[in-house]
Design a protein around this ligand. Structure first.
Ligand SMILES: Cc1ncc(COP(=O)(O)O)c(C=O)c1O
Length: 356
């Protein structure tokens, strides 16, 4: 039986909310009223294989040719579409561990033979090409990574991605890089790994770093022939996007720097609070980064699910259980929504840890 659901997404939609919600992954919602300009909305538009102004705006943002851009409903559909275009049932797909659960679920749904390679906690969750090489076989069609890494927010440098790309190329495989968190590197923001070679396929959206999830403005970057195949495949999925969202997305892309700066202030304030919290805590530790909207905390002793159940029941605070990333001794917290809530949530987490 093929897997036809995601336990993590179901949990996120039904269980993650609380007064002090540390179970977030992206920045807070950006309100329409704060967009510096407003498009004239229309219900229907000329969108067949892309809406030309949006294609151009996404291509400009990524520094690529519009022929390399495939619009998709969020990074979620971008990942699904990219995998569906590349994978036949039985193909081997190598996915990082720990991973964003949906990447694994989508590959399993498509009938892939999913294999894993480790990003080891003891190495600060760094992506290690030697681990990829060990897991690679002649049947490997696709290597899947996130950059920044979800859950740890660790950044993989281009030199390492190039090595992984070289492994894929010599195997006739591709590398899928989910870059939905990459723009949360606010200084010297890396260019998309799409620029590293034709074996790279990149997915992204305006969701996590810009607070624009509701636009569902996602995209895939792929070589033109593959991009065309993805457009044709999308005729079986979404086919035509919501045109008002396309119009708003064009405007949002014109003002991305402004939108990003607003969230940056909150993310950076929260990171300073987190650094302070971690410096005082002996019960948990985390890979430290200077960027990203999530952190992955390891609980040194005790049961994470029991801790998080108490945190919710007695302290009105939630975090994401590490079991959703197949790392049951850890949990993920999110930054960038509301600094007062974050500070109080961490304080409550500290009290719950002290009461263990
Ligand atoms: C790595 C990763 N990719 C994709 C998504 C989904 O993004 P979107 O809302 O753009 O579909 C998430 C959301 O948590 C994510 O963490």
């Amino acid at each position: 039986m093929r897997q036809r659901h995601s336990d993590y997404m179901h949990w996120a939609k039904t269980q993650s909310r609380a007064r002090y919600n540390l179970a977030t992954s992206g920045v807070g919602f950006f309100p329409l009223a704060e967009l510096p300009a407003h498009p004239t909305l229309e219900i229907n538009g000329d969108s067949k294989y892309g809406y030309a102004p949006l294609q151009q705006a996404m291509a400009r943002k990524c520094g690529v040719d519009p022929d390399c851009v495939v619009a998709a409903a969020g990074t979620s559909m971008a990942n699904h579409l990219a995998m569906a275009a590349l994978i036949d049932p039985g193909d081997e797909v190598l996915i990082e561990h720990p991973a964003y659960e949906l990447l694994v679920s989508a590959a399993l749904y498509l009938g892939a033979d999913v294999k894993r390679f480790a990003r080891r906690a003891e190495n600060g969750y760094a992506l290690d090409p030697a681990e990829v090489r060990r897991a690679l076989t002649p049947k490997t069609k696709l290597i899947v990574v996130t950059n920044l890494h979800n859950p740890s927010s660790v950044l993989t440098p281009d030199s390492v991605l190039r090595e992984v790309g070289g492994l894929a190329r010599s195997n006739g495989a591709h590398v899928l890089v989910d870059e939905v968190y990459l723009d949360a590197v606010y200084e010297n923001t890396p260019r998309s790994s799409f620029h590293l070679g034709p074996e790279f396929i990149v997915t992204n959206s305006l969701t996590k770093v810009y607070g624009l999830s509701g636009l569902r403005c996602g995209w895939i970057l792929a070589q033109p022939d593959l991009a065309r195949a993805m457009w044709r495949l999308n005729d079986l999925f979404g086919s035509i996007p919501a045109h008002p969202a396309e119009l708003l997305s064009v405007t949002a892309l014109e003002h991305l720097d402004f939108i990003r700066a607003r969230a940056r202030r909150i993310v950076e304030a929260d990171r300073a609070v987190l650094a302070d919290f971690l410096a005082r805590q002996t019960a948990v530790s985390a890979a430290r980064t200077g960027w990203g909207t999530t952190a992955f905390l390891r609980l040194h002793n005790g049961d994470v699910d029991a801790l998080l159940a108490r945190l919710r029941a007695d302290y009105e605070t939630t975090a994401v259980p590490g079991r959703f990333f197949e790392v049951p001794d850890s949990f993920r917290i999110g930054m960038g929504v509301n600094s007062e809530m974050f500070r109080e949530g961490l304080s409550r987490l500290g009290r719950a840890l002290a009461a263990t």
